[in-house]
Each structure stands twice: as structure tokens, then as C-alpha cells.
Design a protein around this ligand. Structure first.
Ligand SMILES: Cc1cc2nc3c(=O)[nH]c(=O)nc-3n(C[C@H](O)[C@H](O)[C@H](O)COP(=O)(O)OP(=O)(O)OC[C@H]3O[C@@H](n4cnc5c(N)ncnc54)[C@H](O)[C@@H]3O)c2cc1C
Length: 383
């Protein structure tokens, strides 16, 4: 393997692989990754089926600077992404809520990238330890020696899932060149509970439809009671906005109270949730399960509290379970035309390492691909 390259890409995840695929002069690229295999996160994404993108994508699906995100998404949107993959034999399909998933498995995507990066020098099992600039070139110190490059592209992702290679190297590199890194925290992650909500644990494995209120937002979707706390799409999306403090859960969204009137059916049967959940909530509210026509006005008032169940999560499941990292290298010091640092020439940041975080639904891969495309475009591309 050579020691000097035109482009060194740190990170063979979604963004680094897309960039290496798009760039033309493959023999001038070194792609470094700490993991044993490339695209490890892609392989486990979307429950093994990789939710590649979404039917509807715009900057409102992201936390981050709106106009920056919009500029970058506009250069390589979901339609261009789908067409790029289709031309190379991967045809994802919409499965739910506009989310595109691979037909067979996420391996379709990793196999595609393997084909597309043929000719690139790939260095797996290689930990980048430090980067500095000398005589106008980047010196990249790794666990397998030192490499030199004209352009350095940091595609090293966030801190989630450290067991498959995640590290804070991208943030460290950014800081060492004078960049701002915003506050980092696990996101798209479940919540742990305070003792008052420990009764939720009895429902481990049960899923219910809810509407969660956080700040001025309402998030609709399913909530999964888990052994350690609560998870599921509605909670993962709530975690994007949660810092500390209370969230409010409506466990009976759209419930028609009229359906109780005069009904001889057991209340646990009429509540629109799995019976096990209904029984646990009735027990929690100290309401005896009985025919709905025997509910007292106090019982009904009590039941209505399930529409605004407010509590403060104890914390989150942490980076080991979080799908993404909220926060990252500030986009204020990046060009949305090129993804190049406005502080250090020829230094680029793409993907999740930046302070841009998408909702659940394929938005994070879309960001990885759009930012990689924008960077590739700046570095001269072949699409
Ligand atoms: C379980 C799970 C499921 C997910 N499912 C989806 C989904 O279905 N759809 C979606 O849109 N998003 C999903 N995401 C989020 C998505 O995977 C990420 O946002 C996306 O992979 C970010 O791409 P990236 O290239 O910026 O970073 P990554 O894909 O994380 O790649 C960064 C790479 O850098 C390497 N690296 C880090 N530090 C070093 C170092 N010091 N030296 C060398 N290499 C290093 C890592 O090994 C890694 O391979 C999921 C995430 C997880 C954890």
C-alpha cells in the first residue's frame, strides 16, 4: 500500500463508501476504517433491511441548520439516490410510512459498495489516531502507520454503536483545526424510567400506538415497552428533542369516549390497546375491570389521565443502543456547496459527524449520501 494519496477518507460507513464510489480516480483514494468489515452499520440497519431513504425528505426532518441541510439535500435528493442505487441493481421498496427498505437484506447495499469501490485502497482494522497538517498536506497517523494526503475527508460518523468501530475521532480532528463541536448526546434511542414508571416493565414486549408531546411537538407512532424502559419509533423520534424534563404520552390517541357509553363489554376489551396493557393500566389507576356501563364518573376522569400521562424519563439507553448522535461538527464553519471547512482548506466533513441529525425513517442515510455527493461534486465526480 502506498503512503501518499490525493484523497484520504476516514470512515467506510454510508457516507465514506458513497464518496469513494462517486470519486473517479480510485487509485488515488485511501479509505480507512477501524472496523473489520466496511459498512458495518449499514449491515445492521433497518432491522437488517436497511431503510435507505424516504419518499418525502426535506430539512424539516432534521435537527440542524435548515438552509445548510436544504442546500445539501437538494444536490442529491431521494429520487436521485434511488435512481443511483437502481442503476447499480438495488431496488428498495416502500414498506411503511414512506420508508424505502431493501427487498432481501442490507447486504445488497454493502455488496453494491464493495463493487463500486473496486480500485480504492481499503485499509480495514485501522484506527486513525491523530491528524495534522504539514507543508500543505494532511498527515494521518493510524494504528498501521502514517499516511499523507492532499484532501482529507472525515466521514467517521458519530459515537453510537462503539462496538462496531464508532469513535470521537472526527470531533477531535475538527477541534484540532479550530472547529466548533456542538453538545453531543445519544439520539434515536429508548428512555430509562424513574421508579414511578417501573410498572411499565411488566409490559415488556408489548407495543401500543401513542402520541407523545415534547416541547411544542407531537409525535405519533408506536411505543414499545422494553425490559430496560420504553422504546419504539415514537419514543426514538422523541429522543431527538429530549434533553431533560417531562414528556407527555397520550396512550389513547383518537379514542372515542362515546364507545364506552352504555357498553356491556369489559373496559379492558374496549380500550384500544393489547389487553395486557389495558389490564396493567387499569390496575395502576386502581380501576376494577368491569363492564363499561358500570364505570363511575370518577373512573372515567381517572381513565382520561391516560391521554396525558406526563413524566420525566430517567435518561436514555445510551450510545450502545442509540441509532445516532445528536450534535457534531458545526455546519456554521462548513460550505454547503462543497462540505469543505471554511477554516482549513481541503479538509471536508460528511455524514453524521456533522451537527445534522435526521428523524427515524431513512433520513440519516439520505444525509450521508447527499453530503457525500456534495463533497464528491467538489472533488470532481463520476456519477
Ligand atoms: C442499529 C442502527 C440502525 C440504523 N438504521 C438506520 C436506517 O435504517 N436508516 C437510516 O437512515 N439510518 C439508520 N441508522 C443511522 C445510520 O446508520 C447512520 O446515521 C449512518 O451510518 C451515518 O453514516 P456515516 O458514514 O456518517 O457514519 P458511519 O456509518 O457510522 O461510518 C463511520 C465509520 O467510521 C469508522 N471510524 C470511526 N472512528 C474511526 C477511527 N478512529 N479510525 C478509523 N475509522 C473510524 C467507523 O468504524 C465507521 O465504519 C442506524 C444506526 C444504527 C446504529
Amino acid at each position: 500500500m502506498k503512503r501518499e494519496y490525493k484523497h484520504i477518507i476516514i470512515g467506510a460507513g454510508a457516507s465514506g463508501l458513497m464518496l469513494a464510489s462517486l470519486l473517479k480516480e480510485k487509485q488515488q483514494i485511501l479509505l480507512i476504517d477501524a472496523g473489520r468489515s466496511v459498512g458495518a452499520k449499514i449491515s445492521i440497519s433497518g432491522g437488517g433491511k436497511c431503510n435507505l431513504t424516504n419518499e418525502s425528505v426535506d430539512s424539516s426532518n432534521y435537527l440542524g441548520e435548515r438552509s445548510f441541510v436544504s442546500d445539501v439535500l437538494g444536490r442529491f435528493d431521494q429520487a436521485q439516490t434511488l435512481s443511483w442505487f437502481a442503476k447499480r441493481g438495488v431496488h428498495p421498496v416502500v414498506r411503511k410510512s414512506g420508508q424505502y427498505f431493501c427487498v432481501k437484506s442490507a447486504d445488497e447495499v454493502t455488496a453494491l459498495f464493495h463493487r463500486e469501490i473496486q480500485g480504492v485502497d481499503l485499509s480495514p482494522n485501522t484506527q486513525v489516531k491523530n491528524v495534522y497538517k504539514k507543508d500543505g498536506k494532511f498527515i494521518v497517523e493510524t494504528s498501521r502507520g502514517t499516511y499523507i494526503a492532499e484532501h482529507l475527508i472525515v466521514a467517521s460518523g458519530g459515537l453510537s454503536y462503539p462496538r462496531i468501530g464508532a469513535s470521537g475521532i472526527g470531533h477531535d480532528i475538527a477541534k484540532s483545526f479550530g472547529h466548533t463541536v456542538t453538545t453531543l448526546s445519544p439520539a434515536l434511542v429508548g428512555f430509562t424510567l424513574q421508579p414511578e414508571q417501573f410498572f411499565f416493565k411488566e409490559l415488556s414486549g408489548v407495543s401500543v400506538e401513542v402520541e407523545v408531546g415534547i416541547e411544542d411537538k407531537s409525535i405519533r407512532g408506536s411505543l414499545l415497552f422494553a425490559h430496560k424502559g420504553i422504546s419504539g419509533p415514537a419514543i426514538l423520534n422523541t429522543s431527538l428533542y429530549w434533553k431533560k424534563g417531562k414528556i407527555t404520552i397520550d396512550f389513547l390517541p383518537d379514542f372515542s369516549w362515546k364507545s364506552l357509553r352504555g357498553s356491556k363489554k369489559q373496559i379492558s376489551t374496549l380500550l384500544p390497546m393489547p389487553k395486557r396493557a389495558a389490564k396493567t393500566f387499569l390496575e395502576y389507576l386502581k380501576i376494577v375491570d368491569k363492564p363499561a356501563n358500570r364505570l363511575s364518573p370518577d373512573d372515567i376522569e381517572n381513565l382520561k389521565s391516560l391521554q396525558e400521562y406526563s413524566f420525566a424519563p430517567a435518561g436514555t439507553f445510551g450510545y450502545s443502543k442509540a441509532e445516532v448522535t445528536r450534535g457534531g461538527v458545526s455546519t456554521d464553519e462548513m460550505s454547503s456547496d462543497t462540505m469543505m471547512s471554511t477554516i482549513e482548506p481541503n479538509l471536508y466533513f460528511i455524514g453524521e459527524v456533522l451537527d445534522v441529525t435526521g428523524e427515524l425513517g431513512g433520513y440519516n442515510f439520505q444525509w450521508a449520501f447527499s453530503s457525500a455527493y456534495t463533497c464528491a461534486n467538489a472533488l470532481v465526480i463520476e456519477v
